[in-house]
Design a protein around this ligand. Structure first.
Ligand code: FMN
Length: 299
């Protein structure tokens, strides 16, 4: 790979974890004297951006793509991004997946289909890596663990960039057990389309339009100042956790979602100036084995 002067950072983030990592990545690239183009895969931004891609891929020396892991795979905005990539001749790409559980089976399948799609378009995927950010459903991360993960972003991003800039390749070996999981990811993608049909905005809803403006899929419309949820949901949970009035509820899948919400900026505020419990103490239990390994730099 030649000198890296201009980088396109394309990211998909539902509830802000990946966005934090993408922002740190952008700052680190600027510190390395690179020009950076940041691009969110949200549909509102994507539609305006799509046509410009033809030129962008001719201008940049590297593309870094980051995305949240959903059901051991990539969310649909990432599939759409791959589908819309113009063909090129060996433009280098780095793929960073961001999960709540870390690089453990079954998460190990989460980059396979995306990398294959990118390579089919003529790009050269040089480097792939898993980062970890707090899980936004199922297993609640305690504040100490969340802060360890947030604090570790710069170190992990710089480690990746040091290796990429020094020309190191990092590709995972494809395991057959991974192939078995890919249909499950596809089933999930279709099954969650209707997740939003069970979302209800209660009387606390003021019709502020935040949800409709921020849905990454454009899946929310307003009728009589109340949100109408259509059938193209990806269950990113942005509207559920992000509603300024906490007015959006789902009565059917309560156990999966966090009643107290999910807001990484609020965690940072709560934990400001506090000493963090050691990693071994705050990552106890089987569910956190991948997170612990990641935080201790053992993968
Ligand atoms: C629908 C959905 C599916 C998820 N599936 C997985 C998964 O298979 N493995 C995992 O480790 N984390 C999973 N997660 C957790 C997210 O990957 C993790 O919290 C990530 O940091 C979210 O990034 P974001 O805050 O930018 O959306 C899932 C989250 C959602 C909303």
């Amino acid at each position: 790979m030649g000198e890296i002067k201009k980088v396109l950072v394309s990211y998909y983030s539902g509830t802000g974890g990946v966005k934090k990592a993408a922002n740190v990545l952008s700052e680190s690239l600027i510190e390395r004297n690179c020009e950076v183009i940041m691009h969110s895969m949200d549909i509102s931004k994507f539609n305006n951006y799509k046509d410009q891609y033809q030129n962008i891929v001719k201008e940049v020396d590297l593309i870094i793509v980051l995305y949240a892991v959903y059901a051991f795979g990539a969310p649909r905005p990432v599939d759409r991004w791959v589908e819309n990539l113009p063909k090129t001749n060996n433009l280098p790409v780095v793929v960073i997946s961001v999960s709540g559980g870390g690089e453990i089976w079954p998460n190990t399948s989460c980059r396979v289909a995306t990398i294959r799609g990118i390579e089919k378009k003529g790009y050269e995927v040089l480097y792939e890596k898993m980062m970890v950010m707090p899980a936004n459903m199922l297993c609640k991360v305690n504040d100490d663990m969340a802060m360890h993960l947030i604090n570790s972003i710069p170190m992990n991003i710089n480690k990746i960039l040091d290796e990429v800039f020094s020309g190191k390749r990092h590709r995972s070996r494809f395991k057959i057990s991974t192939r078995v999981l890919m249909p499950i990811t596809n089933i999930e993608k279709n099954a969650v389309r209707n997740f939003s049909k069970d979302l209800v905005a209660n009387d606390a809803c003021t019709g502020c339009v935040w949800c409709a403006l921020n849905c990454p899929m454009g899946n929310i419309e307003l009728k009589d100042d109340k949100p109408i949820f259509k059938d193209d949901c990806i269950m990113c949970l942005r509207c559920y956790y992000g509603c300024p009035n906490k007015a959006i509820h789902n009565e059917k899948v309560k156990g999966l979602l966090f009643k107290e919400g999910f807001d990484l900026n609020a965690v940072e505020k709560r934990m400001e100036g506090k000493d963090l419990k050691p990693i071994n103490e705050c990552c106890k239990g089987l569910a956190w084995i991948g997170v612990k390994r990641y935080l201790l730099g053992r993968e």
